[in-house]
Design a protein around this ligand. Structure first.
Ligand code: IMP
Ligand code: MG
Length: 175
């Protein structure tokens, strides 16, 4: 069965926004390098595109945490599925996320990463649903604030589908 998907942000809009974010990050980190941490799997598409737009030296690492099951509702639990390959001590870390919803994942993740004594930690997310926030997180770079709807594409999935869509869409659930 095919789900109906309504376009929320076009490929052009997303690409343009990532260009702007890359510029801003390059300015903010001028004279330093930035260590990007991708939250798998959703953040991968965004991080690769963003990295290409950053002009200061970039290094990258990947991490996977669980927060959601195969549905659209939160389970509340978060645990590390795959840890970073490299230490982050003294590095200027920029966590790259696809979307911030309740904020639980990022709240938990920054707490763990701060214990590893990085020089700094900032957060960059392509999408933010500020209405849904229940956990305390300070987000430094936001691509788009979006309404409380379940979105897919550009790395975001619905039951592991649609990550490869080049735009952001809303799954229209039949009622
Ligand atoms: P949080 O811990 O509630 O902030 O949830 C963050 C994670 O939930 C994101 O990294 C996504 O993997 C997933 N998520 C939240 N909202 C959506 C959505 O609308 N579409 C797809 N995944 C989502
Ligand atoms: Mg994610």
């Amino acid at each position: 069965m095919e789900d109906k998907i309504r376009v929320l942000l076009t490929e052009e809009e997303v690409d343009e926004k990532i260009k702007q974010l890359g510029l801003k990050i390059s300015e903010d980190y001028a004279g330093r390098s930035v260590h990007l941490i991708c939250v798998l799997k959703g953040g991968a598409f965004f991080m690769c595109e963003l990295a290409k737009r950053i002009t200061v030296p970039v290094s990258m690492d990947f991490m996977s945490v669980s927060s959601y099951g195969n549905g659209t509702a939160t389970s509340g639990a978060v645990k590390i599925i795959k840890d970073l390959d490299e230490p982050i001590e003294d590095k200027d870390v920029l966590i790259v996320e696809d979307i911030i919803d309740s904020g639980t994942t990022l709240h938990y993740l920054t707490e763990i990463l701060y214990k590893r004594k990085p020089a700094s930690i900032r957060i960059c997310t392509l999408l933010d649903k500020p209405e849904r926030r229940t956990a305390d997180v300070k987000v430094d770079y936001v691509g788009f604030n979006i309404p409380d709807e379940f979105v897919v594409g550009y790395g975001l999935d619905y039951a592991q589908k649609y990550r490869n869509l080049p735009y952001i869409g809303v799954v229209e659930v039949d009622k």
